[in-house]
Design a protein around this ligand. Structure first.
Ligand code: SF4
Length: 711
């Protein structure tokens, strides 16, 4: 740009699933000729209307563009040596093709990320499921939203969030279940608090911890970990007993009410039982039930406290059940509402980013695989689901998977039993890692490193928690030789012999095919359909404004689903699901505490970006173990002192923070720290991978027994 000139680019924040619109301004310094980046919220974006949180406001400080300070991976490398792109791409293609030739398609795998753009995800899925012919592609969204996906499919017939963020502002009661909205979805929390100030929206927080989301809320139910489904089963029983049901809706549009009620009555027959099992007072439970019963406009928001559990799927369905019973779905200001952790967890789901689904919300029925084979003209569409994340790394450890390509994620830290993941990667004959950052805990195991373009450098789309598809746009040239992920995957696919199917020249090319597939032979029974954009021009893709899916050809984008009370099961009826609360998945020895894990306000995942900002790091400079005063005293550890945290999986060291925000018998550690920052407190080393939701494959990351000792 000319010195002093500045240019604005509308894009989307790369952090949480709120999906805020950002305007990035690049100004060329007249003195140095250097570009300077600043960001502000986009007032026209429906997710945030100009707001940003601390992480979004600091985006310009976390661009990972400083070669020395940012640790950027600048060039392709094989065995630590710089090589050309041609050499690296050929090596990846040859290693994968040879492995498949010798051991079959199931001997290779991709492990991808909610940080990828939808177009990246689409080509990765197409290569694995359509052309390699296996389904071994899973995503770190497995750790995030997999339980909601299955819960939605069981209840609604499709993985589809019913409402929109606007419902937070028109509800009279918002119930936050296992969601620290104030820290994990801050702009949504700002919108909720503004609604509370303007019209008195009541907020009830259901969470074992007293988080910042509790500040100013009307009630906090600090229930025992893992008893959310008891609370909601009891609510189902209560609503039915009080006649607070929508009998017309239930009769016309749902099935399974009696079975769900029977299970709920066995699990949570009365107030006294609910209070005892949840470790709440009867008065607290009764007040919550009465508020829910008498308030028509209720939104129930749930997040990782629900999902990251070995009974996550059932808990999701226990929440859906009460909305079905009251007919509170498909109408303004009401409905169950899953908020996703990552910026593009939803987009990945739309293109089949999980090992147990195909693209465009298709499954593995003969009809769906045949349809996909015809659309892609694919030689061997995978016929059955692949390995979910935990099983995938176990298969690598056992030698069943012999080549893995990891994109934009750091499983050596984030996966449960990170020690096993590290052993598996050390044994794996071929590990390819695509990333922006050179030295990650996972990258250390890579035979081939591929430099990926990062936020600010790449173009495509993401889908946020209320189904809004937004553009991420490039406003900086890629550092070094970095390239977008869709391009890297396409180049490898061509070298594996699939050039005809991977002729994509731009993200717009990929998006058009993705949109066309969503509408292909879709008579309205597949929820995801953006066929209106199947022929979008390059220019219109460039300027595409955020819109909620579905957007069917000839129709309009749909802000709210199920307004006609037609669901996506074959008979178009919703399903109550019987739910029985299960005991803790791991035995709790005498004296052990239940360890909960989660995010901090100002950090993101493994801190490769947010860790670059001094301002963000000032909020919590080191990982702290939160303990209730009774537990700290009993273990001889003091506030500010160091403690050893020991589990059956491993051990960690952290400073202690004594706080009555914890319920006695529990502890909390943040999830962000890695070997790159401090090797003493890697969460994945403390949590085993034995407790997994049997339906969703989502690991239980919030109820790990640990022993705490003075250091
Ligand atoms: Fe980014 Fe989420 Fe903050 Fe919005 S709320 S600015 S999407 S981190």
């Amino acid at each position: 740009s000319a010195p002093g000139a500045s240019r604005d680019t509308r894009t989307t924040c790369p952090y949480c699933g709120v999906g805020c619109g950002v305007i990035a301004t690049v100004t060329t310094d007249p003195a140095t000729g250097q570009d300077r980046v600043s960001v502000r919220g986009d007032a026209d974006h429906p997710a945030n209307r100009g707001r940003l949180c601390s992480k979004g406001s600091a985006l310009a400080d976390t661009l990972v563009r400083d070669v020395d300070g940012g640790g950027r991976l600048l060039h392709p490398e094989i065995d630590g040596h710089r090589v050309t792109w041609e050499r690296a791409l050929a090596e990846v293609a040859t290693r994968f093709a040879d492995t498949i030739a010798q051991h079959g398609p199931d001997s290779v795998a991709f492990y991808v990320s909610g940080q990828l753009l939808t177009e990246d995800y689409y080509v990765a899925n197409k290569l694995m499921k359509g052309f390699i012919g296996a389904s071994n592609i899973d995503t770190n969204s497995r750790l995030c939203m997999a339980s909601s996906v299955v819960g939605h499919k069981r209840g609604l017939g499709a993985d589809a969030v019913p409402g929109s963020y606007a419902d937070f502002e028109t509800a009279d009661l918002v119930v936050l279940v296992g969601s620290n909205l104030a820290w994990c979805h801050p702009v949504l929390n700002q919108r909720l608090r503004a609604a509370k100030a303007a019209r008195g929206t009541r907020i009830i927080v259901v969470d074992p911890r007293r988080t910042d989301s509790v500040d100013g809320a009307d009630a906090h139910l600090a229930l025992a970990a893992g008893t959310d489904s008891v609370l909601f089963n009891g609510l189902l029983v209560h609503l039915h007993a009080r006649g607070a049901t929508d009998a017309v809706f239930v009769g016309r549009h749902t099935d399974g009410e009696e079975e769900a009620l029977a299970a709920a009555r066995a699990d949570a027959p009365d107030l006294a039982t609910v209070a005892r099992r949840c470790k709440l007072s009867e008065a607290e439970v009764a007040a919550f039930y009465a508020d829910f019963e008498t308030t028509e406009k209720v939104v129930t928001v749930y997040s990782q406290g629900v999902n990251q559990s070995s009974q996550g799927t059932d808990t999701v369905n226990s929440i859906l059940n009460v909305h079905f019973l009251t007919g509170r779905i498909g109408r303004p200001g009401m409905g169950p509402f899953s908020v996703t952790g990552q910026p593009n967890a939803m987009g990945g789901r739309e293109v089949g980013g999980l090992a147990n689904q195909l693209a465009a919300h298709m499954g593995f029925s003969a009809e769906d695989t045949n349809r996909l084979a015809r659309f892609w003209n694919a030689p061997r569409v995978a016929a059955q689901p692949g390995l979910k994340a935990v099983d995938l790394f176990r298969a690598i450890e056992r030698g069943r998977v012999k080549a893995v390509w990891i994109m934009a994620t750091n499983p050596a830290v984030s996966m449960p039993d990170a020690g096993r993941v590290r052993r598996a990667l050390a044994l794996c004959p071929t590990v390819v890692v695509s990333d922006c950052i050179r030295d990650t805990d996972t990258g250390r195991f890579a035979h081939i490193r591929l430099p990926a373009a990062g936020w600010s450098e790449k173009d495509g789309t993401v889908t946020n928690s209320d189904r809004n598809i937004s553009r991420q746009r490039a406003f900086c040239a890629p550092e070094g030789e970095a390239r977008p992920d869709w391009w890297i995957i396409t180049q490898v696919a061509r070298r594996m012999g699939f050039a005809d199917a991977f002729g994509f020249a731009s993200p717009a090319d990929v998006f058009r095919e993705h949109a066309a597939l969503s509408a292909f032979e879709n008579d309205g029974r597949r929820a995801f359909d953006i066929g209106a954009l199947a022929a979008v021009s390059d220019a219109d893709f460039d300027t595409l404004a955020p819109f909620p899916w579905p957007w069917r050809a000839g129709g309009q984008p749909q802000e709210r689903l199920f307004t006609d009370h037609r669901f996506f099961h074959e008979d178009r009826r919703a399903r109550f699901i019987p739910v029985t609360t299960r005991p803790l998945p791991r035995s709790l020895p005498d004296g052990a505490l239940l360890l909960n894990t989660g995010r901090l306000r100002d950090q993101w995942h493994t801190m490769t970006r947010t860790g670059l900002s001094a301002r963000l790091s000032a909020h919590a400079p080191e990982p702290c173990l939160d303990l209730h005063p009774i537990d700290a005293a009993a273990r001889g550890v003091a506030d500010g002192g160091l403690a050893r945290i020991v589990s059956t999986a491993g051990e960690a060291l952290a400073r202690v923070r004594v706080t009555d925000a914890q319920v006695p018998g529990t502890a909390f550690l943040p999830m962000h720290w890695t070997d790159a920052f401090t090797g003493s407190c890697v969460i994945g080393r403390l949590i085993d991978d034995d407790a997994v939701d049997a339906l969703s494959g989502q690991p239980d990351l919030k109820r790990m027994p640990v022993t705490v000792l003075p250091y």
